[in-house]
Design a protein around this ligand. Structure first.
Ligand code: GDP
Length: 313
């Protein structure tokens, strides 16, 4: 990528897209193209094609998606499969038709089987059944990465899919019904501290293990993979470190300064027991994560405090 190439970031207001925009700007890229939902509805093929017709786009970071935590994925199953299939199909095909030189598609580690050997390698894709709570989302993402693979094979494109582990960071969604675990626990534990509540409820048993990556580290990996020559259609991105949900709650309580009791609510789903990614592929290309979980959560909490007015504590 050259500094004045036209780089379209789809989903620029989201957690991942906004981090990619920050990263690109920080690296001196000057021609970053974004578009609002009003100007282009990514779930509508005609709207996407009309929008692409009006621009020259050299590179595409496809970070637009319908995303959410375990409860949202399990509840809005139809929206998760429809919106994601539509967005990715429309954008990948339009980018191809408009001769984009590069495209990076973002997926998720939930594409791998529920009882996958750990750490999960790219080769484990489609070797066993998926975790039921997020199967519609995972099926859509698998369709997207297979589309990338098929376009590379038939059309000789050099697109790539990145599969990040569970992400968190600034611009995250802090809505308790739809968020992922880190923003949810930051909000719940902050509120418990502010109101002097003696305990906080954490969903599930606290026993599942998760790997977390700060979204700024992911954004660096995205820009890195778009710029480096490699032979892969699919690349995992993770931090390589796992924690139980119980331990995560303790870390967040420490960052927030909360000394009350952490209680578990086993009536809420645990989801998949573990999902640690094998990241040897991206490490062999020369990229590795920079931020520890404690540092990342501290930075995210600082941002949350600065934006409390917008988040209804
Ligand atoms: P997942 O990785 O797709 O399961 O996504 P989540 O980030 O939503 O959930 C990760 C784990 O954290 C699951 O085992 C949840 O049950 C657990 N968890 C505990 N408390 C919460 C909470 O308040 N919100 C969410 N979303 N998950 C929670």
């Amino acid at each position: 990528m050259h500094k004045n190439d036209a780089i379209y970031v789809a989903g620029h207001n989201g957690l991942v897209g906004s981090a990619i925009v920050r990263r690109l700007k920080g690296e001196g890229f000057q021609n970053i193209v974004t578009c609002t939902r009003q100007a282009c509805d990514l779930t509508n093929q005609a709207s996407v094609n009309t929008w692409f017709d009006k621009q020259t786009i050299d590179y595409v970071f496809l970070a637009a998606a319908k995303v959410g935590g375990i409860h949202a994925n399990d509840t809005y199953r139809a929206e998760f499969i429809y919106d994601n299939l539509a967005i990715q199909t429309n954008v990948i095909h339009a980018a191809y038709q408009h001769k984009a030189k590069g495209l990076l598609f973002l997926g998720s580690s939930c594409i791998y089987p529920r009882d996958c050997p750990q750490p999960m390698r790219e080769e484990h894709l489609l070797t066993a059944p998926l975790e039921p709570t997020n199967e519609p989302y995972a099926i859509a993402k698998i369709a997207g990465l297979k589309m990338i693979e098929a376009y590379n094979a038939q059309y000789n494109t050099q697109y790539v899919s990145l599969m990040p582990t569970n992400l968190y960071g600034i611009n995250d969604n802090f809505d308790l019904n739809t968020s992922h675990v880190i923003p949810a626990l930051i909000r719940k534990i902050h509120r418990a501290r502010s109101t002097g509540s003696p305990s906080v409820q954490v969903w599930g048993t606290g026993k599942p293990q998760r790997e977390f990556l700060l979204v700024d580290d992911l954004a660096e990996a995205c820009v890195f993979c778009m710029q480096h020559q490699h032979k892969y259609d699919l690349i995992n991105v993770g931090s390589g470190e796992e924690v139980t949900i119980a331990k995560l709650a303790e870390i967040i309580a420490k960052v927030v300064g909360y000394q009350g009791k952490i209680e578990f609510d086993p009536t809420m789903p645990d989801g998949t027991p573990r999902k640690l990614l094998d990241t040897s592929r991206i490490r062999s290309l020369g990229w590795r994560p920079k931020t520890s979980l404690f540092q990342g959560i501290s930075a995210t909490y600082a941002w949350y405090l600065d934006h409390l007015d917008e988040k209804v504590a």
